[in-house]
Design a protein around this ligand. Structure first.
Ligand SMILES: Cc1ncc(COP(=O)(O)O)c(C=O)c1O
Length: 369
């Protein structure tokens, strides 16, 4: 692992979200058309049933302003996870909160454990702060960094960003390490992104969301991935009462829209959906992982959530594989714009069984595989 001080710029072309199959088809000389999109890492079961069943009721909501602070989302965290409302700030997806945190807390220099979700870095730079990247090593399958290494890097900064599980590597930094890090540095911010945590089979044991609050720890959480509500935009940041109060004072009103806020209350009771999603996704994920690991041409990293980071080892140019997938109606996330993943890395989201079978079949027929 190594630390890297950047001349990073938030306008950098590396800050690209995935999910534009048409643009990639044009880039690769193909005619745009429909694809099965494995670049998204959203629950393949779709939103919980009550959301679809009661959709027509939501029209009534749009004529009025919603609650100022997303009361339905707060209720979800309170009734579902036992998190008091004083410790929870809802947002327009976790993205809004990721951008708000460094700005409001006045972060000046943040460590970002990479490769990871670009927006930690972009949000930090937009807040006028510096970024130091701390790299997970591909040779070690992006294994979590020892707490001593994180701690040393944090000595020079005032905040650290870490995804758990981390996107796109699937790395899960141990909970006890996070607590130790926060205890060693009570005057620094430890910002943990747990957007994908509910996909973990033992998520309640792994998550810091449900732990007693620490003054310098913030846990960002999303409801868009696990509940397949990405278009609605809802999530929250959870932390110590004092820190949440600080953020609340700076928060724009009404950013959780009325439909999202109502939907949050409808998923409070979706316990069966949660259990079934975790079970089915873990089963499919492990099946895809084993097949890829045992077959030639691909090196998948040990997955923990609902996506797999893989390295294509059979060819020189990842475009050849991406083109092969697209010609066969499939789309994967090209990860070469993540610092550290320039050499042949791509990510696939776990989908339904028949779709995953199709993916495995097409991957097996790729050039050199
Ligand atoms: C690791 C991670 N965190 C947070 C987000 C933001 O999710 P949302 O704003 O939909 O809650 C994403 C979206 O891709 C993500 O990959």
């Amino acid at each position: 692992m190594m630390a890297e001080q950047g001349t990073m710029n938030y306008r950098g072309k590396g800050y690209r979200h995935g999910g534009s199959p048409a643009a990639d088809m044009i880039r690769l000389g193909l005619d745009p058309g429909p694809v099965l999109d494995f670049s998204v890492n959203i629950n393949p079961r779709g939103a919980p049933a009550p959301v679809r069943e009661r959709w027509s009721e939501f029209y009534e909501l749009i004529g009025n302003y919603p609650a100022i602070e997303g009361d339905g989302v707060t209720r979800f965290y309170e009734e579902r996870f036992g998190i008091p409302r004083t410790r929870c700030l809802p947002g327009n997806g976790s993205t809004e909160l990721i951008y708000m945190i460094p700005r409001v807390l006045g972060v000046e220099h943040a460590v970002v454990v990479t490769p990871s979700y670009h927006d930690y870095e972009r949000a930090t730079l937009l807040a006028g702060a510096r970024v130091t990247r701390l790299r997970l090593s591909p040779e070690e399958d992006f294994a979590p960094l020892p707490v001593a290494v994180l701690s040393r890097a944090l000595e020079e900064a005032d905040a650290i960003w870490l995804g758990r599980p981390n996107n796109p590597t699937g790395t899960l930094a141990p909970k006890r390490d996070m607590v130790e890090l926060a205890e060693r540095h009570p005057d620094k911010w430890v910002i943990l992104d747990e957007a994908f945590v509910q996909f973990l089979e033992e998520w309640q044991e792994e998550s810091l969301l449900l732990e007693p609050p620490m003054k310098n720890v913030l846990v960002v959480h999303s409801l868009t991935k696990f509940y397949a509500l990405a278009g609605l935009r809802l999530g929250a940041v959870v932390g110590h009462e004092q820190t949440i109060s600080l953020l609340k004072q700076a928060k724009e009103p009404w950013t959780v829209n009325a439909v999202a806020d109502r939907v949050a209350t409808l998923i409070i009771g979706a316990r069966d959906y949660d259990e079934e999603s975790r079970r089915v996704i873990a089963q499919e994920r492990d099946r895809v992982y084993t097949k890829l690991k045992e077959g030639p041409g691909y090196r998948p990293c040990n997955p923990t959530a609902n996506f797999l980071l893989c390295r294509w080892e059979a060819g020189q140019d990842l475009d050849d594989l991406l083109r092969h997938l697209l010609v066969n109606g499939l789309y994967a996330r090209d990860c070469r714009n993540f610092p550290g993943l320039e050499e042949g890395f791509f990510r696939i989201g776990v989908r339904r069984r028949a779709e995953n079978d199709r993916l495995l079949e097409v991957l097996a027929s790729a050039p050199g595989a």
